[in-house]
Design a protein around this ligand. Structure first.
Ligand SMILES: NC(=O)c1ccc[n+]([C@@H]2O[C@H](COP(=O)([O-])OP(=O)(O)OC[C@H]3O[C@@H](n4cnc5c(N)ncnc54)[C@H](OP(=O)(O)O)[C@@H]3O)[C@@H](O)[C@H]2O)c1
Length: 214
């Protein structure tokens, strides 16, 4: 599968990209700056012995089977507006958590209630799925680290949800189907709680586990 990561040069995108490249996917790291995208892809390819591509965000999106939005919430709307003409009909994975720094341990719903719902509204025809809000970048870039976290996956298109569930397995994580895209409100809102838990218990990156599943 060809995976284009928009803002893939950042903390979360680098680890996701490296893990998917190691799993055999064609990964394109996107950036606002094509040179930075290529350089980060080259560095990660050398570090992990994989073959990642890089370029600007438009390049990452072009021809991708799955587009992953990896930009901060403050850049979410602008990025969607720029890329919307290219994203119709695509599976778009939105991992955005609508944090409002510095109050990152407090739930703050955006105007559209969830970043992923705002993405779906801004991308007519795209098959938006939301996931990975609870997987910290602190764990992703150590490719051999077994991450103690389930990944709740929601979206209105069951087939698109299954595509993302399969990519979650390729990261070495367990996907859990979390239903329709409205449920992204709950998934996004849980991250500030986890950030509070990290601070309170002085741990690096708390995660979530769903019990009762075989
Ligand atoms: N970090 C985590 O542990 C974590 C966990 C779960 C979910 N998330 C979510 O994942 C997303 C990415 O998180 P991150 O920690 O990887 O973010 P980040 O490192 O701060 O930024 C990611 C990339 O976004 C691009 N970017 C930054 N400002 C921008 C702007 N104003 N306009 C357009 N692009 C901009 C940058 O790429 P270029 O400068 O190369 O364009 C940057 O490398 C966020 O929405 C976050 O809520 C993060």
């Amino acid at each position: 599968m060809r995976i284009g990561l928009v803002g893939g040069t950042g903390r979360e995108g680098r680890g996701l990209g490296a893990r998917w490249a190691r799993a055999g996917h064609t990964v394109v790291l996107g950036s606002r700056d094509a040179v930075r995208g290529r350089e980060r892809a080259g560095e990660l390819s050398a570090r992990y012995g994989v073959d990642m591509l890089g370029g600007d965000n438009e390049h990452a999106v072009a021809g991708a089977d799955v587009v992953v939005l990896c930009v901060p919430y403050s850049a979410h709307r602008e990025t969607l507006d720029q890329l919307a003409p290219s994203l119709g009909g695509r599976v778009v994975l939105d991992i955005t958590v609508p944090l409002r720094p510095p109050a990152v341990t407090r739930v703050s719903l955006p105007d559209g209630n969830a970043a992923a719902l705002e993405a779906a509204a801004a991308l007519p025809g795209a098959r938006v799925v939301a996931a990975l809000h609870h997987v910290s970048s602190a764990h992703l870039e150590d490719l051999d680290h077994v991450i103690d976290c389930d990944v709740l996956v929601c979206g209105d298109d069951p087939a698109a949800r299954e595509v993302i569930a399969s990519l979650v397995r390729d990261l070495g994580l367990r996907p859990v189907d979390a239903g329709v895209l409205d449920n992204a409100i709950a998934l996004e809102a849980l991250t500030p709680v986890l950030l509070h838990v990290n601070r309170h218990y002085k741990v690096k990156a708390a995660g979530v586990r769903i019990t009762g599943l075989s």
